[in-house]
Write a protein that binds this ligand. Structure first.
Ligand code: ARG
Length: 591
């Protein structure tokens, strides 16, 4: 199974003897229809061959013969323009549908994504990581890679001490007991068991905002006890962790993501044992990379234009960078990945440069296969949205609030837009639709622009059926679906086999030509770690269809034509459905 582009590349190589590398690099989709479907740029060969690009283009063109796919070639000012046969393209697209070739061959890709912190809020920033990571995982999986998703939960650190400090500040009785006696731990355990993840966050905030040096000191001590394996603190830690996870799971469920499987799991910072870290540090020592500075263990990276990388504090507590280095080594040993992607905001750029540099200096050749997939911030531009959400719980905007608000707003929008829906679907169906539309809108808004760009969040803009939105794609999908249903259930139709020659309208050919790009678009989205390439492609495809639909009747008295057009609609629906699925957006059948 090859993409159309690959077929053309192969044909050119076979007929001209040009090196594959060159053809791959210089063959592009033509920018204008009068330049054909693909153009091969000849400038790069000019120097090696000592001839003008024009002459080279003419020579190459003369060697490429027409096939049933390549209709004609035309040399024009240093380019070889290649025109494909529309009939053949229609046949390829409709007969078997658009298939995505296997590029990955089962090679493993570890994707570190989402990664919220226990006891701290799941912020809208973590949404970006979750949504981008999820899309990349689905895209790579479709391309034949084996993806392993790891949610590197921030479940190890001084925040546990702060939760306890907060509890102590609120209700001293819970902690006045002698925790060295197992029976005396019970009041704390009972207390924490009744709390939710949000409550724990509340205690964390109480402690940190008290801004009391004694509280900080105590929190550090508690974390020290946790690191040295103290059973009592460990027991509290386990419950607190479980509570936070329960809360995160709720959000992931809204997004349709599950972190309780073998290939997509919580693998938090706590999984990195002291032994893992000690081994990593010992290795660094052996390579002469570490030294002590003010009592802390560091790697000096000045030579590489970076500040020092801190591994361990003077009190012995391990740090984020040390855990990331040790985690990377453990992951490589387990998965032998061909790539590891860290989907984390751009504010951690330096951290990852340091971690990757340390791994490289340790002699791990795979350090070059670690990639920081960075992204910009979310900016709330909206009307009342921000105030409403920010006054309720401090200044951070919580993801769960945003998602719930999205669902509420989409419910209202549907009522207004499709008032008769109430008669067509049951209330539970209607609420499922509202949920899919609301969440889809938030996800699409996130994936629509290049990831490094900041995302503007504006309720009116993301929740409309007429703009460049998730709901617009979902709406187009339902339109395709309802056409197919209408055709399938219409009485008295003979439904002949499709006749590919009948699709000749320019709007149809445009759709077909766009559809066949799908495999290349998916591949490009993966190569550039950029789901926005796929998002924009889907918008364009939906636009082409909606225009076509305005001009042409899909189901008409001409039964042969109807059957062929419905075949186009069905194939297009497959592409749209798949593409939306890769982005994490639910394709709807009715709305
Ligand atoms: N928990 C971290 C945060 O919220 C993100 C962790 C990202 N992954 C990693 N391997 N460092 O900032």
């Amino acid at each position: 199974m090859k993409s159309i582009k690959q077929e053309i590349i192969d044909s050119i190589i076979e007929q001209t003897g040009l090196p594959e590398e060159y053809v791959c690099a210089c063959l592009e989709k033509s920018a204008r229809p009068e330049w054909g479907d693909y153009s091969l740029a000849c400038f790069r060969l000019s120097k090696t061959l000592g001839k003008s690009p024009d002459t080279i283009a003419k020579e190459i063109a003369s060697r490429i013969k027409s096939t049933d796919l390549i209709e004609k070639v035309q040399p024009v000012t240093g380019y070889v323009n290649i025109f494909l046969s529309s009939t053949k393209l229609v046949e390829i697209a409709l007969k078997e549908g658009i298939q995505i070739p296997d590029y990955g061959n089962g090679k493993r890709i570890v994707i570190d994504y989402s990664s919220p912190n226990i006891a701290k809020p799941f912020s809208i920033g973590h949404l970006r990581s979750t949504v981008i990571g999820n899309a990349l995982s689905k895209i790579y999986t479709e391309l034949g890679y084996k993806c392993i998703g790891i949610n590197f939960l921030g479940d190890w650190g001084v925040q546990f001490g702060h939760i306890l400090d907060g509890i102590k500040r609120e209700d001293d009785s819970v902690l006045t007991v002698d925790m060295t006696k197992p029976s005396d731990q019970q009041p704390l355990i009972t207390f924490v068991n009744k709390k939710t993840g949000r409550d724990l966050n509340k205690y964390y905030v109480i402690s940190t905002s008290a801004n009391d040096p004694a509280g900080r000191e105590w929190a550090r001590e508690v974390f020290g006890m946790l690191e040295s394996g103290d059973d009592r603190i460990r027991c509290f830690w386990e419950i607190a962790r479980k509570k936070s996870i329960e809360e995160f799971d709720h959000i992931y469920e809204l997004l349709g993501i599950n972190f309780h499987t073998d290939d997509n799991r919580y693998g938090g910072e706590s999984e990195i044992t002291p032994a893992d870290i000690n081994n990593a540090v010992a290795e660094m020592d052996k390579k002469g990379l570490t030294r002590i500075s003010d009592g802390a263990l560091i790697v000096d990276l000045e030579r590489y234009g970076m500040p020092t990388c801190l591994l361990r504090k003077s009190d012995g507590a391990t740090l984020y960078a040390a855990r990331d280095v040790a985690a990377a080594i453990a992951r490589y040993n387990t998965y032998k990945f061909s790539k590891m992607l860290y989907v984390v905001g751009a504010d951690q750029k330096l951290h990852f440069r340091q971690v990757f540099k340390v791994l490289e200096l340790m002699g791990y050749s795979w350090a070059k296969d670690c990639v920081h997939i960075d992204f910009g911030l979310v900016r709330f531009k909206s009307d009342q949205g921000r105030e409403k959400m920010s006054t309720r719980r401090g200044t951070t905007i919580l993801l769960e609030d945003v998602l719930n608000e999205a669902i509420k707003r989409s419910q209202a929008l549907m009522k207004e837009r499709v008032p008769e829906m109430a008669d067509k679907v049951s209330p539970s169906e209607a609420s499922e639709v509202a949920r899919a539309v609301g969440i889809g809108a938030v996800i699409f808004n996130d994936l629509k622009n290049k990831r490094i760009k900041d995302v503007d969040f504006n309720w009116e803009q993301i929740l409309t059926f007429d703009g460049e939105t998730g709901p617009y794609l979902q709406y187009t999908h339902t339109r395709l679906d309802s056409l197919i249903r209408k055709y399938d259930t219409a009485k008295g139709l003979s439904r002949p086999e499709p006749d590919y020659k009948l699709l000749t309208a320019s709007e149809e050919i445009s759709i077909i030509k766009e559809m066949i790009q799908f495999p290349d678009i998916v591949k490009q989205s993966a190569d550039e770690y950029e789901p926005s390439i796929l998002s924009n492609y889907l918008l364009n495809l939906a636009g082409l269809f909606n225009r076509y639909y305005q001009i042409h009747r899909i189901i008409s008295d001409d039964e042969n034509l109807s059957s062929t057009r419905i075949c186009l609609v069905a194939r297009l629906k497959e592409v749209l459905k798949k593409g939306m699925g890769f982005l994490g957006i639910t394709p709807l059948e009715k709305m």
